[in-house]
Design a protein around this ligand. Structure first.
Ligand code: B1M
Length: 209
């Protein structure tokens, strides 16, 4: 049977069928779905990012690898969900304006959901006014912002500014994350917290909700 390490290679090769087949086989053999994601699928997409940066791979290949990764995550997700967990509060989450990356944000959403949060996921390329409308409608305790591009990080501050302008800032905590984001950036823009990965995002949200 193919291993977790093989999954990494199948994501790099953008082989959706092999990713699905291997993920399903590993899950059927009782492998931990989070281990499959963290040690099999994520290293694959990270390697793809490295090759893209070096100019050895291009956007269409990166897109196909992302689809392969998503196919694996979707299967693993089915095993993580479904537990009967008490409600931990509502969180509105989205990838900020101009940014189409959603694999990491979806992982964070999924982990929050399976930890008992009511997650309102606004998707990608979400402008500040859409976050404001969602805060008014759903009254969350937390707004989660994801950004993967250095060029879209300022859109996180725009959401915080819009919350202030709408007199909503003191009603919600703002948590940010994404590969280029840091605790220093969270401090700089006045966010309430930063998490480097999905598991720590859950820990942080539980602490501040
Ligand atoms: Co994009 N891309 N991409 N891309 N892409 C990066 C981000 C890049 C670093 C690649 C590189 O150069 N090495 C680079 C950004 C450079 C920069 O700004 N510094 C880049 C670029 C340049 C681009 C384009 C501009 C390329 C182009 O068109 N010329 C373009 C931009 C499109 C746009 O958004 N407007 C683009 C497009 C794409 C695809 C569409 C092909 C695809 C995205 C598909 C999708 O998401 N549906 C894609 C991909 C796949 C990547 C890489 C390879 C992988 C991203 C990913 O999914 N990682 C990426 C390189 C890399 O990061 N290694 C890259 C796996 C994921 C699990 O990790 O998203 O970091 P991550 O999420 C983590 C944590 O960050 C954290 O938890 C998650 C789970 O542990 N986290 C949070 C995330 N959000 C959080 C929120 C929280 C808390 C924690 O609280 C709310």
């Amino acid at each position: 049977m193919a291993s977790i390490k093989d999954l990494t290679e199948f994501v790099i090769q953008a082989d959706i069928e092999k990713v699905k087949e291997t993920t399903a086989a590993l899950l059927a053999a009782g492998e931990d779905p989070l281990k499959i994601i963290n040690e099999g699928l994520i290293p694959g997409i990270n390697e793809v990012g490295e090759r893209f940066k070096e100019g050895n791979l291009f956007v269409p290949e990166m897109m196909m690898s992302a689809q392969a990764m998503k196919a694996g995550v979707d299967l693993a997700k089915e095993k993580i969900e479904g537990a009967d967990i008490p409600n931990a509060g509502t969180i509105v989450i989205g990838t900020v304006a101009g940014d189409l990356h959603d694999i990491g944000k979806n992982l964070v959403s999924m982990m929050l959901d399976s930890s008992g949060f009511n997650v309102v996921d606004l998707g990608v390329d979400v402008p500040a006014d859409k976050f404001i409308a969602a805060v008014k409608e759903h009254k969350p305790s937390i707004v989660g912002l994801s950004a993967l591009l250095t060029t879209t990080m300022p859109a996180m501050k725009e959401v915080i500014d819009a919350l202030k302008e709408s007199n909503l800032r003191d009603q919600v905590k703002v948590v940010i994350g994404g590969a280029p984001v840091s605790q220093a950036y969270a401090d700089e823009i006045g966010a309430d917290g930063y998490a480097p990965d999905a598991a720590l995002a859950v820990e942080l949200c539980k602490k501040i909700a």
